[in-house]
Design a protein around this ligand. Structure first.
Ligand code: GLN
Length: 458
């Protein structure tokens, strides 16, 4: 082990993770940590040379297990590597660990992990958000520079906000899903975390672009998002949806969002009120479509093709025993919900209605952007991090944590969350949404907010 091999930062990261996670301040952010002697640097001159990278545990890696936070995949080692991981490594990033998450990315607090919850580094009695809570906490605690998450309904942006870091979800199709374990395939995208807008943008720049292994990845020119972070917002037209200043937003959060609006105005943006009348249907729409897709995607965890097997007297009882023991309560709930909404006789009433709502929600965004609005500003979450256990008995309350983030997944548009200071001592974020394929604008807006509030929201 020479010191000039470009692995110093990654070695330090592994040591810091082991140190923190074995002590009294442990966050439980990691499900697997790389062996220091097996760290590999593929490119010493790339844009991510030597950067310690954490990978959410639903993204396939060759040298570390991929469990999705589930018992059903305990000990599962993927025979292939996700495209995003390969691209990051080819750019010089060094994978230092796999991060804890809500089981199969279903959740908003990381309390649905089969391996115990992640704690928020700003207040260990509170959740880090979810489902990519381990990745957000790892970046917030300074354990890694960058991290991957996945965002199906807000799972990158929401934990980024609650942990005081930057998280972005690209346009659906911007990034390959090859090697991202499928939850709800029409909504899933890989997203990036960084302490700064430039860091999360640099990682996104490396992974964006068409991949022959994912037919939904687009053949689109990849912008330079890192450069866009410093572009400024002079003349940018920012839409503020009037529906988002709703009863769900507490007074302190509203005050915080108003400071973000003022900051953008001071930086040269024009602020306009806009309307997204169908956004209020986003959560019910999502909780039909996502479980429907999940019920289908998760049928593969049957004790035959993947992961653990529990014996049974015949095939069906083996399936039942495996799935009963291997899957947690929220995952089972979603599978039952999804199976129900797709069942004969109910299909059109539920799934058909949700698809029609999806179109209306998407058309709202299209109309606002076509009228000359460049980006839309919203809070990322209704409030700051909640306490561990506070919402575990109330699924609806938990689902509403994503009320501001889910519409972007439904429409497929990109979004970023950036810290804008504190509410009652805890970090909160603003979300900037952009039209399809216009990530540069949202990154420019996030850069302006970061310039006003400081990295981490100060
Ligand atoms: N909280 C939402 C859910 O449970 C979104 C999760 C995600 O984006 N993966 O489905």
């Amino acid at each position: 082990m020479s010191s000039g091999d470009g692995l110093a930062a990654a070695r330090a990261a592994v040591a810091a993770i082991q140190d923190l996670e074995s002590g009294p301040e442990a966050l439980n952010a990691f499900l697997a940590v790389a062996d220091v002697d097996e760290l590999t640097l593929l490119n010493a001159d790339g844009p991510l040379a030597g950067v310690p990278l954490a990978v959410k545990d639903n993204i396939a890696t060759l040298d570390l297990d991929t469990t999705c936070g589930s018992k059903v995949l305990e000990g599962y080692r993927s025979p292939f590597e996700a495209t995003v991981v390969r691209r990051a490594r080819e750019a010089g990033a060094v994978v230092v660990g796999k991060t804890n998450m809500d089981e199969f990315a279903m959740g908003s607090s990381t309390e649905n992990s089969a391996y115990g919850p992640v704690l928020n580094p700003h207040d260990r009695t509170r959740v880090p958000g979810g489902s990519s809570g381990g990745s957000a906490a790892a970046v917030a605690a300074g354990l890694v520079t960058m991290a991957f998450g996945s965002d199906t309904g807000g799972s990158v942006r929401q934990p980024a906000a609650l942990c005081g870091v930057v998280g972005m979800k690209p346009t659906y199709g911007r990034v390959s899903r090859y090697g991202l374990v499928a939850y709800a395939s029409s909504l899933d995208q890989v997203g990036t975390f960084g302490r700064s807008v430039a860091d999360s943008a640099r990682l996104m720049d490396v992974i964006a672009g068409h991949d022959d292994r994912d037919a939904t990845s687009a053949r689109r020119l990849v912008p330079d998002l890192e450069a866009a972070a410093g572009r400024g917002v002079e003349g940018l037209v920012v839409g503020l949806p009037k529906e988002y200043v709703s009863r769900l937003l507490d007074d302190d959060m509203r005050a915080s969002i108003n400071t973000a609006v003022d900051a953008l105005r001071d930086a040269g943006a024009q602020i306009h009120e806009v309307s997204l009348p169908h956004a209020k249907h986003a959560i019910p729409c999502y909780y039909v479509i996502a479980p429907a897709e999940a019920a289908s995607n998760l049928s593969r965890y049957d004790g035959v093709r993947y992961g653990v097997r529990r014996p049974g007297d015949d095939l069906v009882s083996m399936y039942e025993a495996t799935r009963s023991a291997g899957l947690g309560p929220e995952v089972k709930l979603r599978i039952m919900l999804g199976t129900y909404v797709l069942s004969a006789g109910y299909y059109d009433e539920y799934y058909g209605t949700a698809q029609r709502a999806r179109r209306l929600i998407t058309e709202d965004f299209g109309r606002v952007f076509a009228a000359g609005v460049d980006v839309i500003l919203t809070p990322t979450t209704p409030g700051p991090a909640f306490e561990l256990g506070e919402r575990t008995d109330d699924p609806l309350e938990m689902y509403l944590s994503d009320v501001f983030t889910v519409p972007a997944n439904i429409a497929g548009i990109p979004g970023i969350s950036v810290p804008i200071g504190r509410v009652r001592g805890l970090p909160v974020g603003a979300q900037i949404l952009a039209p399809w394929w216009q990530e540069e604008r949202m990154v420019a807006g996030a850069g302006a907010l970061e310039a006003a509030f400081g990295v981490g929201g100060a």
